[in-house]
Design a protein around this ligand. Structure first.
Ligand code: C5P
Ligand code: MG
Length: 287
């Protein structure tokens, strides 16, 4: 398990991690399910030193009038530092996140977005999947392992980013903020209540058939980049082994101890899926 010894991989309790992993390896593919966040978990934070677009940023980067971008960036610049501040608790941050998503979505709804614009907006955007994401998707698909992509981003953008840069397989299920279009393909808002970074524990998916139908898959791999992502699999039933993998992309020095205390494995400033793929390969006995 030399992939756990990389200098940018941090583990508070190595014995625990190895124990969970050994059980997952022994139980194999049939018992595994995977839950992953999208922005800055499956997608990159930086590419060649430049910050990449989140789902919302894809809509801001081009295609809509410049004043939309200006106002959206102003909102983001106020709330993003709050989202990533290790000195504030989730309870303290949550009302600001509700404000952020509410303002951002209300602003977007004022502009003429249509379904047909999404393809080229994604194609021209700086959104990128992590290196090794396709291998990750391919391996889970080949072994028929369900992957829940649970995101506070925008579902329509996620599906488009994955389809354009990799494969959207039928074992993958996206739960996110989905755009609502009228019969002419004009965006008329969002379909459901807001999913922001810290209410992933409250989503209907936890009470839906999704986790119930997977209750025989008792081993769970969860990946995220925010501490809110740790709640994504709250509805999972009969969990026997669980490993949480946290990508710490920024404010590393000030956040590392906090991340180590919450995530089983913390991967710092790494734009690849190498460690995740090594773990999945081990469980699926690949290579
Ligand atoms: O997929 P995930 O749940 O990570 O998506 C949420 C991310 O989108 C947050 O980390 C936040 O920084 C980002 N975001 C954004 N612009 C918004 C709202 C959220 O870039 N208007
Ligand atoms: Mg994220």
């Amino acid at each position: 398990m030399e992939f756990l010894d990389r200098p940018n991989v941090h583990i508070k309790d190595r014995e625990y991690v190895i124990g969970q992993l050994e059980k997952m390896v022994a139980d194999g593919a049939k018992k595994l399910q995977v839950v992953a966040d999208f922005d800055r978990t499956l997608s990159k934070y930086k590419h060649n030193g430049h910050v990449c677009a989140t789902c919302h940023n894809v809509l801001e980067e081009g295609g809509l009038p410049g004043e939309y971008k200006e106002q959206a960036y102003k909102i983001r610049d106020k709330y993003f530092p709050i989202e990533t501040d290790p000195n504030l608790t989730i309870e303290e941050k949550t009302p600001y996140m509700v404000e952020w998503w509410t303002k951002a979505h209300a602003l977007l709804e004022k502009y003429p977005l249509s379904k047909e614009m999404l393809h080229s907006m994604v194609a021209k955007s700086t959104a990128k999947l992590r290196e090794g994401c396709t291998t990750f998707f391919d391996n889970l698909h080949a072994s028929d392992i369900p992957l829940l992509v649970f995101s506070a981003g925008v579902g329509d953008i996620i599906r488009e980013v994955i389809a354009q840069n990799s494969h959207m397989y039928d074992n993958m299920h996206v739960v996110s903020n989905d755009l609502n279009f009228d019969e002419n393909g004009k965006m008329i808002g969002f379909k459901n209540a807001i999913i922001h970074v810290f209410n992933k524990n409250e989503h209907a998916v936890h009470d839906s058939d999704y986790f119930h139908n997977l209750s025989h898959r008792t081993n769970l791999l969860l990946m995220g980049d925010s501490l809110g992502d740790l709640q994504m699999a709250n509805g999972a039933e009969n969990v026997e082994a669980k490993l949480t993998i946290g990508f710490l992309n920024l404010r590393v020095e000030e956040s590392l101890e906090l991340y180590k205390s919450r995530y089983d494995i913390v991967i710092c400033e790494d734009e690849t899926m190498d460690v995740v793929n090594a773990i999945v390969n081990k469980i699926l006995c690949i290579g």
